[in-house]
Design a protein around this ligand. Structure first.
Ligand SMILES: Nc1ncnc2c1ncn2[C@@H]1O[C@H](COP(=O)(O)OP(=O)(O)OP(=O)(O)O)[C@@H](O)[C@H]1O
Ligand code: SF4
Ligand SMILES: [Mg+2]
Length: 338
């Protein structure tokens, strides 16, 4: 495993009190794999990757858990040593990794001379190489970020992350806000880079179709917790958590008989005051009184690596077909008593 995250807990201090944005999340990134970290807005995805990078917001702190990179524990103090050289980060908005007042090329050179100890001439040569790697023409190194399209900015942000030849890249929503064709181009490029450079990648997204398209493994987060994870094909073909079943309904390509997109009504809970027991219960069509207990992650003996935290895991074969029926997800409907 290149990265192991065990029971990670991250708190933000806010005026309204403590917000535990990541609450006991565990997952692993196998070497040379692309792991999708997926969940709706506010589920703690960015907080988790920023905590791994050691670049949390000022009011954030690690309240518990362990992160290991290549078997060595890393914490807020020691991640700085790995930053960019071993582990690189493509932030959620590509614009936030690019400074509007400098050319993109000079920013690439800056990363390499300041963080990587490159001589200027070598950094310039490497910039051209990096641009070629991400499919940008060398002549665009002289452009300013505003002269780039959204897709080009993402490519530049990826080039910047790759500057010091890291082995692990954490990319936060690299294709969000791009149109579908550009999304595909960037995802295909990421897959190509991952193979060519033997990278391990954590790809953060709220879109499960992006996970299906690109990732080898998936980690599903809900309300700061990992509620299901495993190999992508297995988890998307046989989701065990109702939240994952709900997310999958937004991806009709995977479903032979459902063409309708079915949203999960409501939104994730306020993490300043999460509901007791299963955090998905207020939105879960299968919630029962027993769901006021806290579900633990359960492994599937038939599917190695597939874990899920639902108290009705034993009934999953009955629940899964019901989850394909849009009626199940209507507020008025409830299988709580079935
Ligand atoms: N600096 C901060 N201070 C206080 N709360 C924060 C801070 N940053 C994030 N949060 C809260 O932590 C929770 C998780 O946020 P985070 O940005 O990690 O989620 P996310 O899954 O990346 O969402 P999105 O898809 O919107 O990017 C949210 O409730 C958010 O409001
Ligand atoms: S534990 Fe209960 S509420 Fe939570 S996902 Fe499972 S069935 Fe739904
Ligand atoms: Mg985010």
């Amino acid at each position: 495993m290149i990265l192991e995250v065990e029971r990670l807990a991250i708190d933000y201090a806010t005026r309204a009190g403590r917000v535990r944005a990541v609450d006991g999340a565990s997952f692993v990134v196998p070497e040379g794999r692309i792991v999708g970290l997926v969940g709706e807005s506010g589920c703690g995805k960015t907080t988790a990757v920023r905590a791994i990078m050691g670049v949390l917001a000022e009011n954030g702190r690690r309240a518990g858990g362990r992160v290991s990179f290549k078997g060595q524990p890393i914490d807020e103090a020691t991640t700085r040593r790995h930053l960019w050289r071993d582990i690189a980060y493509v932030p959620q908005s590509a614009m936030s990794s690019l400074d509007p007042v400098y050319t993109v090329g000079s920013q690439l050179v800056e990363v390499m001379t300041r963080r990587g100890g490159y001589a200027r001439a070598a950094a310039r040569a490497r910039s051209a190489e990096l641009f070629e790697l991400v499919g940008l023409s060398e002549s665009r190194l002289a452009d300013y970020p505003h002269q780039f399209s959204g897709g080009m900015r993402q490519r530049a942000a990826i080039a910047m992350a790759l500057a010091l030849a890291p082995s692990l890249v954490l990319a936060d929503e690299p294709v969000t806000a791009l149109d579908v064709i550009v999304q595909r181009q960037i995802l295909d490029m990421l897959r190509g880079l991952q193979r060519r450079l033997s990278l391990s990648v954590v790809l953060v997204t709220h879109d499960i179709s992006v996970v299906a398209y690109l990732c080898d493994e998936v980690v599903v987060m809900y309300a700061g917790q990992v509620i299901e994870s495993g190999p992508v094909r297995e988890v998307l073909a046989r989701p065990r958590h109702p939240y994952t079943m709900g997310l999958r309904n937004a991806f009709p390509d995977l479903l032979s008989d459902a063409l309708e997109l079915v949203p999960i009504e409501g939104s994730p809970p306020d993490l300043a005051d999460p509901p007791p027991g299963c955090r998905f219960a207020p939105r879960c069509p299968f919630a029962m009184a027993a769901c006021s207990a806290t579900p633990a992650l359960i492994a599937d003996s038939r599917a190695p690596g597939h874990v899920s935290a639902c108290l009705r895991d034993g009934e999953v074969e009955q629940l899964r077909p019901l989850a394909l029926d849009p009626v199940t997800w209507q507020r008025s409907s409830s299988y709580a008593t079935s």
